[in-house]
Design a binder for this molecule. Structure first.
Ligand SMILES: Cc1ncc(COP(=O)(O)O)c(C=O)c1O
Length: 459
């Protein structure tokens, strides 16, 4: 597969057409202006470095469905970083349900959930999700991000302490910030450290909540729920588990980390999840007891101050539940492919990886190295996300690879060749240089020497 180089070279150098071609972003920061911020300077410097080297592979405007097969311009790509684990995007039953929902309810809900935005479809989907998960009820939100903000900020406040795994998703931390709750981070997956922190706060008079991801999005490992359930019981804490990368993926019928680890879901006080990963939709949920869900419907801001999720998205969620039950083959294929991806990475890169989910990181360390690998793979027809800090710890930049139910043996062979290509170019510096010369766009222009000098000095 030979992806059109010029198009990729052009995106990796000038991804945002509103900017004059070749302009250095940092040069446009006006001293004292709106974007004259340390964070903006730092980001623009990173962006300019990546663009100048032809390594900006982010936000490729795809020409087709996002999923295992996708397209950029008129070229096909095989994605090894999509969140669509079950490869259900475009599934005829789900697309059919979306069409029916649009025919019946139209394109919008015309209001927030508490007022005029709740349709029968929303309630039916919430009940079906709850019956599937084994909780009293669920509340739908527009995204997993909203669900986390809603749950944490409605339940906890300044008098309380949140014990958060250091690799927990950003939306969980943002929820804590919105709540004003005091945050203590514990070392990733380290129950002993959590135990120590909880013990330090034994006499704390406010409420305590332990917050984890069921599956960690950048590492692919699972939280150890039994240990967490024991700890929360011992210290009188509550437990929130974000199941975004586990629902549809782990456990019997894809019911998530509790089902996988044989933990009664009733032991978890608050379950949250995105419905935009294995579920081919956009949305999020909070699942739990009737008192919890009823309270959230009357207290959580995203339920009352943000428009209800579109009928199309809601119908896609409901139809996915049906597909999960009636077509278990997707999950079976996903599990086989997860094992195959893990074995491939072990064979080629040499890093052992315990298969706990479809997510298999290739940790490369240096940010530039991760960008370079993503760029080489893109030229080879593989779309793989480079993930730098702060999304992962500094010095642990990586490719975040993941398997889907739809990957084929040819896809794995393509990926294996691509990863070997990266290794081969790295071990032959002159070949890497010539590859980079081939893909490196013209140098970026500066618009004002003074501004650039200020920008460089401050960065
Ligand atoms: C663990 C986790 N929680 C929450 C979210 C946010 O979900 P959404 O994309 O539906 O807002 C994500 C998204 O990447 C996630 O990985």
């Amino acid at each position: 597969m030979n992806i059109s180089r010029e198009k990729i070279v052009s995106h990796t150098a000038d991804p945002y057409p509103a900017w004059p071609p070749g302009q250095r972003y940092g040069a446009a920061i006006e001293p004292g202006g709106l974007i004259d911020l340390p964070a903006a300077r730092a980001w623009f410097r990173r962006l300019d470095q990546a663009r100048e080297a032809g390594l900006y592979t982010f936000a490729l405007p795809l020409a087709g469905q996002s999923g295992r097969p996708t397209a950029y311009g008129d070229r096909d790509l095989i994605s090894f970083s999509t969140y669509g684990y079950l490869a259900l995007n475009g599934h005829p039953k789900i697309v059919g349900a979306v069409h029916d929902a649009v025919d019946r309810f139209g394109s919008t809900t015309g209001g927030v959930r508490l007022l005029t935005g709740t349709t029968e479809l929303h309630r039916q989907t919430e009940s079906a999700l709850a019956a599937w998960l084994g909780t009293d009820d669920t509340v739908l939100y527009n995204s997993g991000y909203d669900a986390n903000l809603a749950a944490i900020s409605s339940l906890f406040g300044q008098a309380d302490v949140a014990f958060v795994d250091e690799r927990a998703h950003r939306s969980l931390l943002d929820g804590c910030q919105l709540a004003g709750v005091r945050v203590r981070r514990f070392r990733h997956g380290d129950a002993e450290h959590l135990d120590e922190l909880l013990a330090e706060h034994r006499a704390h008079r406010g409420r305590k909540v332990v917050i984890v991801d069921g599956v960690y999005s950048m590492d692919g490992d699972q939280a150890s729920l039994k240990e967490l359930v024991n700890l929360k019981a011992r210290y009188g804490a509550f437990l929130l588990v974000d199941e975004s990368h586990a629902l549809g993926v782990l456990g019997t019928g894809g019911r998530g980390t509790c089902a996988e680890q044989r933990v009664d879901i009733q032991e978890i006080d608050i379950i949250t999840s995105s419905l935009a990963k294995a579920f081919p939709s956009v949305g999020g949920l909070v699942a739990g007891s009737n008192p919890l869900t009823t309270y959230l419907r009357h207290r959580s801001a995203p339920f009352m101050f943000s428009s209800a999720s579109a009928p199309a998205n809601t119908a896609a969620i409901l139809a996915t539940l049906d597909v999960l039950v009636s077509e278990p083959e997707h999950l079976e294929r996903l599990h086989r492919n997860s094992a195959e991806l893990s074995e491939l990475v072990r064979r080629v890169i040499g890093t052992p990886h315990e298969v706990a989910s479809p997510i298999v990181p290739v940790i490369l360390g240096d940010e530039a190295r991760a960008y370079t690998w993503a760029r080489i793979l893109l030229d080879d027809g593989i779309y793989a996300s480079a993930v730098p800090a702060p999304a992962v710890p500094a010095g642990q930049s990586r490719l975040r690879l993941c398997a889907t139910a739809a990957h084929t043996s040819q896809d794995f062979a393509l990926l294996e060749d691509g990863l070997r290509h990266c290794l081969a170019l790295e071990s032959a510096p002159e070949q890497l240089l010539s590859f980079m010369q081939d893909v490196t766009p013209p140098p970026l222009a500066t618009t004002s020497g003074d501004v650039v000098a200020g920008y460089e000095a401050a960065a």
